[in-house]
Design a protein around this ligand. Structure first.
Ligand SMILES: Cc1cc2nc3c(=O)[nH]c(=O)nc-3n(C[C@H](O)[C@H](O)[C@H](O)COP(=O)(O)O)c2cc1C
Length: 194
């Protein structure tokens, strides 16, 4: 069953990014958000190190997040023009719900490689996105160098092994971006003959 008669497979194929500017109320309620996070935490995770955690940005903390986003953009580009500053700050307002994804990578772990830990973080993010869409919501992942600047690291009180991986805006889609092209099978799959 590789068609829509297999709902789980159909849901995988239907996953797509939302448009952060087109996310309206309602956001997932408490129980739905808990269910989304629990799905994320079901990610395959070699060594069960749980190298991920998620923060919900409190409504009252959006202004503080905007300030951190501005400070991080200025840290990267000191002469940032005002429209760019506004674009940086906007990430704190788009979406009725914003989650921060934090990875904790133990690069010196004796057994579990850093790449295994990163893959677990990626799997958790994918589970989060799939679960979000399964409840009828859309998610837009935002990332970039701005997440790695001192203002963001300090603002989120990250531990030494922690990295702020992305901000995920979640809400009810009022519009979807056009479907993105996907790689053909032969681009991503072949047979190794030794
Ligand atoms: C770790 C990660 C970071 C991403 N960061 C951004 C981002 O900063 N801005 C953005 O527009 N999309 C971002 N995306 C979404 C991708 O651009 C998107 O998944 C890709 O274009 C394919 O589109 P689709 O999700 O609709 O299949 C990110 C996705 C991942 C997994």
């Amino acid at each position: 069953m590789t068609d829509k008669t297999n709902p789980a497979y159909a849901a995988l194929l239907a996953r797509k990014s939302g448009n952060a500017r087109a996310l309206a109320q309602p956001a997932p309620d408490r129980a739905t958000l808990d269910a989304i996070i629990l799905a994320a935490a079901r990610a395959p995770d070699h060594g069960r190190l749980v190298p991920f955690r998620f923060l919900e940005i409190a409504e009252a903390a959006r202004g503080r997040l905007a300030d951190l986003l501005e400070a991080s953009s200025r840290a990267l580009t000191p002469d940032l023009p005002p429209p760019e500053i506004e674009r940086a700050r906007e990430k704190a307002t788009q979406g009725p719900l914003i989650l921060a994804v934090i990875a904790r990578i133990d690069a010196d772990h004796p057994k579990i490689t850093a790449s295994d830990q990163w893959l677990a973080v990626g799997c958790a993010l994918e589970n989060l996105l799939l679960a979000t869409q399964s409840f009828g919501f859309a998610a837009a992942v935002r990332s970039g160098r701005f997440l790695e600047t001192p203002p963001m690291r300090e603002g989120f009180a990250l531990g030494a092994q922690e990295r702020l991986v992305s901000l995920v805006a979640i809400g009810t889609p009022t519009d979807w971006p056009p479907e993105k092209p996907k790689p053909a099978l032969e681009r991503v799959f072949s047979i190794w003959n030794g």
